[in-house]
Design a protein around this ligand. Sequence first.
Ligand code: HMG
Length: 390
Amino acid sequence: MDIGIDKIGFYAPHLYVDMNKLAVSREVEPEKFTIGIGQEKMAVAPITQDTVTLAANAALDILTEADKEKIDFVIFGTETGVDHSKSAGVYIHHLLGMNPWARTVEVKQACYGATAAIQMAKGHIALNPSSKVLVLGADIARYGLKTSGEATQGAGAIAMVISAEPKIMKLEEHSAYLTADVMDFWRPVYSEMALVDGKLSNEQYISFFSKIWGKYKEKSGLALQDFEAICYHLPYTKMGYKALKTVLDETAEETQERLLSNYKISTQYSRNIGNIYTGSLYLALLSLLEQKEDLAAGSRIGLFSYGSGAVGEFFTGILQPNYRNYLNTRQHTELFSARTEVSVSEYEQIFAETLPKDGTSIELDTDQDPAKICLAGMKDHMRQYIHKTK
Ligand code: HMG
């Protein structure tokens, strides 16, 4: 039985800051951000969007009533959870009106969370072939104003339906994965900002890729020429390129050119959004599928997932016949073009706006946020969500 990605949706907040202007304001050369880091625009989440609303908005447009009936497992990968106890997925289960006869959990391992969710979903479908699983990956990346990580912030969500006989991409059997205790990036429970050793994190990402790719080749017997493209977790778009570069001399020039050209297409969406942590690898996949019009069904796509701390995995999928008919390309193009630019000082103000931490109630103005699902405030220590079209 084939198991894989049947549907894929994406959502990002409606605001962004231009990286050239951010660079000027931070007194660095714009090329450092646009070429050295590889980012053009950075999504900015208003206070009316949290990971629950981002993921709910991403799932909203891909789910039909029939999907909601079939989905009996909701797995939410996030490292920006809104509660130490209650799974963020349960709010989404309610907001989207899902089948109550479902399991819902949150999983965490930095940017690897959504990949863990996909692998769990695959196992669930193998045991229950007629069910479907909703996998969500949403995060808001925050390092702090004027930090070296600032240029690699972002916000957004990916939603995927995993099922048997998938319409977009079947997942193949072989996969290689690795865990090592590394303090390259973490966020203590008392902190709203991530802490990072930038240089170490870059080194670990590449070292994980190199070890895991070696293991994957051993397990699968495949080599670079067997891939049409490799998509990477993209904390910033230069990062995957650095990893890809380390293995290119394993293959002939023609394959090198193909992988490099497809890598570039896979980074187009992230270049304009920034790091969305758990969803980032799948945003790269979406960018490749939607923006490379001649990508043939039957192509093998490699996927490299890396979550600091650290866990990494390399796995693969095969594009299904007529997969393009099941993408929401037009809707995503509209999402990008309908965004509003904010100035650096507006971005700084938005960044400073946080929910009260002392239990005080607050009502938020959701009229300014075009999203269908928004955070409307806090009352009695509980987040209040609204679904404007319900
Ligand atoms: P930095 O110190 O600001 O930048 O930190 P830099 O000095 O290393 O410069 C960056 C690049 O810009 C360099 O290129 C410079 O040469 C180039 P490289 O040598 O790396 O190829 N540069 C220029 N290029 C063109 N024109 C110029 C110019 N000036 C400089 N004028 C860093 C950069 C990414 C480390 C920082 O932003 C950071 O710490 N970010 C957060 C950590 C991160 O993203 N790590 C990535 C790997 S870990 C990961 O992926 C997991 C993660 O997603 C978290 C999770 O798992 O949950 C982060």
